[in-house]
Design a protein around this ligand. Sequence first.
Ligand code: CDP
Ligand code: MG
Length: 719
Amino acid sequence: MSHFWKPGAEKPRIVDDEEGGVLFLSTAASSSSSSGFGYGGMEKQRQRLPVYKYRTAILYLVETHATSIIVGETGSGKTTQIPQYLKEAGWADGGRVIACTQPRRLAVQSVAARVAEEMGVKLGEEVGYTIRFEDLTNTFLVMTAENFHVLAAQNTTMIKFLTDGVLLREMMDDPLLTKYSVIMVDEAHERSISTDILLGLLKKIQRRRPELRLIISSATIEAKSMSAFFQASKRRRGLEGEELGPRMEPAILSVENYSSFLQEPMGDILVFLTGQDDIDTAVKLLNEEAQSNGKKSSGLIVLPLYSGLSRAEQELIFTPTPRGKRKVVISTNIAETSLTLEEPMGDILVFLTGQDDIDTAVKLLNEEAQSNGKKSSGLIVLPLYSGLSRAEQELIFTPTPRGKRKVVISTNIAETSLTLEISDIENLVVAPISKASARQRAGRAGRVRPGKCYRLYTEEYFVNEMSAEGIPEMQRSNLVSCVIQLKALGIDNILGFDWPASPSPEAMIRALEVLYSLGVLDDDAKLTSPAGFQVAEIPLEPMISKMILSSNELGCSEEILTIAAILSVQGDHVTFLNVYKGFLQSGKSSQWCHKNHKKVIEIRGQLRRIAQRLGMVLKSCEGDMKAVRKAVTAGFFANACRLEAFSHSGMYKTVRGSQEVYIHPSSVLFRVNPKWVIFHSLVSTDRQYMRNVISIDPSWLREAAPHFYQHQPHNAIGH
Ligand code: CDP
Ligand code: MG
């Protein structure tokens, strides 16, 4: 296959690394024509991205290597451009699909929308996306008009963005992922649990399907360790022992960023000098300098300011600075009192640790803006965390009106990590970020124009104490969801699985134990039939799936499906409160309700169909909340807590593990403090707070999970 490689075209130079095996590739750097983002056609904009210079090199590597590792700073164009290059080179011909995975749902949606826009196509056709419960791709059957005879199943979607979790699920139906020609695993440096599993499985698939190309891309990947992970695959050989197909050792390409991202932020400059003569000299020098440098400093508008100037000359300093220019006002002390210059406008992105901090910050900023009147009303303050509704999250993408600045206050808690909030307290410990994420965060600003990054820690801390890379999520998180997925894919020896970063045996055992207690795994750690297979079939965390299955016997499946749908759209009470708040803010608009509940209704519909497929009877318990609470217990028994007998502060301890937890103030059970509760998730701020709390009868715990609680001292459960 050489549909793009034209003999005679500039061939990239491949240099063998001394350590052997790893390939570094460098292209002769073509003339640097980058002059920042101006206005111009979409195509021009695309060509200005740093990755564009590597287009040929990337296509060459993908052609010749089974796995290519592409490293480049945020904003260099990896995510939006590489899938398009692949499509242009023919990798989506013949109904094949180019996949690009993202750890977060939000990124999937925004990147797909961007690429569709660049290609001038409708989202959902040539370019589409799939996230859990939402498939915006076009796979349909082509029929002839005369006889409705099916000619061919045709994927019109050529580039598909999806979460790693969705791609893992697709493997359950199509273990070799046959419709994909290239799979780009993006943002690999985030090392999310599903990215790691995905990499392990893709490596296996590649042994069976050597024609499948993998691209692993990231901002700050440890390229060599990733390369070493893929090193093991052997190249296919023909009958004579000759090597066939692409080279199996991974290639590494590092995209250097030549663009204007590193420029200083724009904004006006005010210089104070002592007297009129000095000022005139400075203005003259600067103007001469600008002229002799040609373009380079012609962005400066140099203006003198002193009392001897005419009124008209003085007022020049108040004219708005044109886009792309900076005013330099050189002044005597008269400017000290009377002059304020334009601050550079631009949006602001702030990272905080948790939802509570974010809500507080948003509130404080809004109050501040109100009390200051006009002065800071230029700010549009928006929170961003996974508990928000889709509509609320999308607000951050609306263009900022002229004269305003958007301030986005965000966590790093991604939607994909929502499952990790469950029953594993360790995950929510607030920890310092790594250098890699610090760089990544800085990269989030300055994508469309130069930006500034303020870090609230010392350089010394950054240099000496901050760890280089985040700990791969794999090594620190609850594995429950992942283990069941691997089991369903027929991978029984989880400990022997080829992970990029092996999870700790303790975490693994904990996960197996929970699954065993859920009745999903049997004594031989194999999926039980039918429960285990059914739980694996439902695209939700195993605890929620178990809750749904139990509701069948308890006669409350309709209610539990609603709870499951709401939990999977959002996650917690706070969100429900936000929903209510949003409803009030919208002036109790029915349209608002419709938009925000549509998703819940849609997901509920999908869950209902899955439940029916599994042979469940759909039935309402008609208000018998005991049945509902029992069903919740059947899934979430591991999150049971007991109120400390002499605690007036509302302190609970988890039955297993005795960890200190409190009911979140937003819960309806806050201050009610029932003796026994089960929570759905924990949020860590100054304390560990339980969200989505339900009161239970302790006897249900032994009923639901006899194994899990068998070694508890007698007084720990019931009396
Ligand atoms: O993946 P990487 O961080 O290397 O870059 P990218 O996401 O492909 O972004 C390349 C450029 O596309 C950015 O600098 C933005 O100007 C633009 N972009 C956008 O406008 N909207 C998006 N949703 C994503 C990217
Ligand atoms: Mg990207």
